[in-house]
Design a protein around this ligand. Structure first.
Ligand SMILES: Nc1ncnc2c1ncn2[C@@H]1O[C@H](COP(=O)(O)OP(=O)(O)O)[C@@H](O)[C@H]1O
Ligand SMILES: [Mg+2]
Length: 225
């Protein structure tokens, strides 16, 4: 493993199964931190920059049922390498708070725990793609995949954008392995992870996340709150 690069900014990632509420909560947190005068960058994976967004389209398109697990893994790594180089690293070097909707842990949870790819291949690819960058804090929004999938399906039905549902169409057992994988990662690295109950209301979850995150952001990056 390459050594972790120290950055002046603060890197927060959000993780969890489909529909647990990551995008809802990360947007609320981004608005909250910006309103309190903190310099934040809100981004997401797969994607986050034009080239990686093109890879996102391939990865989430439900028509791509034939995508092999290894090809899928490498596309995630390619998108991440571009995203880290172009967006995440420069922002962290200039002292910003970077909020990223999914990152490396998702690849471990989905491609290793979910699909069964050897963990060492995933760790190696993640290591190369990240260029020494790793999250300071990871918010795991934990919920039963049955609850999350129901919410995600409703959101997809109501949205007019592209149907990004290749993962939503996976069987329940797959999502249960992903959830178990996330909980295992959180147990293995309990100082980095903050586990939140995703079945509470949006307001209750946000109250917990905003308080806990604010307490962890280094003093030097915190504006007047
Ligand atoms: N705590 C919650 N309770 C009820 N509905 C929620 C909650 N959090 C999010 N939702 C709704 O569920 C759907 C999925 O949420 P989203 O934030 O997109 O999940 P994710 O990004 O984790 O897939 C959205 O329509 C959102 O409004
Ligand atoms: Mg989302």
């Amino acid at each position: 493993m390459r050594p972790r690069i120290k950055h002046v900014g603060y890197f927060i990632t959000f993780e969890g199964v489909e529909g647990c509420g990551k995008t809802t909560q990360i947007k609320l947190l981004s608005e909250f931190l910006s309103t309190h005068g903190m310099r934040t960058v809100l981004t997401r994976e797969p994607g986050g920059c034009p080239i990686a967004d093109k890879i996102r389209t391939i990865l989430l398109d439900a028509e791509n049922r034939a995508l092999s697990p290894l090809a899928e893994l490498m596309l995630y790594a390619a998108a991440r390498a571009q995203h880290v180089t172009e967006i995440i690293s420069p922002a962290l070097e200039s002292g910003e708070i970077v909020l990223c909707d999914r990152f490396c842990d998702a690849t471990v949870a989905y491609q290793s725990f979910g699909r069964g790819i050897d963990r060492s291949i995933i760790d190696t690819l993640n290591d190369h793609a990240c260029h020494g960058v790793s999250p300071d804090l990871t918010v795991l929004v934990d919920c039963d995949p049955r609850v999350g999938l129901e919410r995600a399906r409703r959101r997809i039905e109501l949205s007019s954008g592209p149907r990004e549902e290749r993962f939503e169409l996976e069987e329940l057992a797959f999502h249960q392995r992903v959830r178990a994988g996330y909980l295992q990662l959180a147990t293995d690295d309990s100082t980095r992870f903050l586990i939140i109950n995703g079945t509470d209301s949006i307001d209750e979850i946000f109250a917990t996340i905003s308080t806990q995150v604010l307490a962890r952001i280094p003093e030097a990056l915190r504006a007047v709150c």
